[in-house]
Design a protein around this ligand. Structure first.
Ligand code: SAM
Length: 225
């Protein structure tokens, strides 16, 4: 239950030095590093599962801090260990990725302040097929307000699913939001992140192995009128 994981009272309360020790010098008198690098998280992988996307994104954006949010305790612990092992065998690398166990549907505003994020990922979220469970979906009109708040203008929400009905639902929600516009398909090719969506995560690889179809929806945060 929720009582088993700590919840920061505000984004300022998130201890970045614990997540990204390589980015934050522990020596009090060495302020140089902290000044040069941006001390804020910019990418969030919501429901990151086993962390495959973070691992692929890390070397592509080595100066960007990224976090995975995952509800399952054991899965989160696995991702923590995976990142520590990668750091140990590749000194200086994988310092920009981390994971937190939390319920992103409840506590996102505790982690991110207004306009902080430049990318949010929702890869193969749980479908919650029954109508009465649609409110549990991680993309909904209400939650999109929170996501739009956390995203900077120009920031991007990436979604992918192999469940056609969920794909339509996510598109419908995204399309109805006044602060989000679809990224045109023509732009997919120029964004190096797009090709990772279907193949970087464990769920994506499973779908690909089974020859399943996938449905993408990618939306950009625009300024309010
Ligand atoms: N994105 C990963 C991938 O593509 O391999 C995992 C996909 S898996 C089907 C969905 C994940 O979302 C699960 O690991 C689940 O525990 C997590 N999840 C579901 N609801 C969540 C919530 N409210 N907050 C954080 N994670 C959640």
């Amino acid at each position: 239950s929720d009582s088993h994981f700590p919840i920061p009272i505000s984004p300022a309360d998130v201890d970045l030095s614990q997540h990204y020790p390589g980015f934050f010098s522990s020596e009090k008198n060495d302020h140089r590093q902290a000044k040069v690098l941006l001390p804020k998280i910019q990418f969030a992988d919501i429901g990151c599962g086993f962390g495959g996307l973070l691992v692929k994104l890390s070397p592509l954006f080595p100066d960007t801090l990224m976090i995975g949010m995952e509800l399952r305790d054991k899965v989160t612990e696995y991702v923590k260990e995976r990142i520590l092992a990668l750091r140990a065998s590749n000194p200086g690398q994988y310092e920009n990725i981390s994971v937190v166990r939390t319920n992103s549907m409840k506590y996102l505003p505790n982690y991110f302040s207004k306009g902080q994020l430049s990318k949010m990922f929702f890869l193969f979220p749980d479908p919650h097929f029954k109508e009465k469970n649609h409110r549990r979906r991680v993309i909904s009109l209400q939650l999109l307000d929170e996501y739009a708040y956390a995203l900077e203008v120009g920031g991007i929400i990436y979604t992918i699913t192999d469940v056609e009905e969920l794909g339509e639902w996510m598109k419908l929600c995204l399309e109805s939001h006044p602060l989000l516009v679809a990224v045109p398909d023509e732009e997919f090719g120029t964004d190096p992140v797009v090709k990772l969506l279907s193949c970087a995560t464990e769920e994506g690889q499973k779908v690909a192995r089974n020859g399943g179809q996938t449905f993408l929806a990618i939306y950009r945060r625009i300024a309010s009128a």
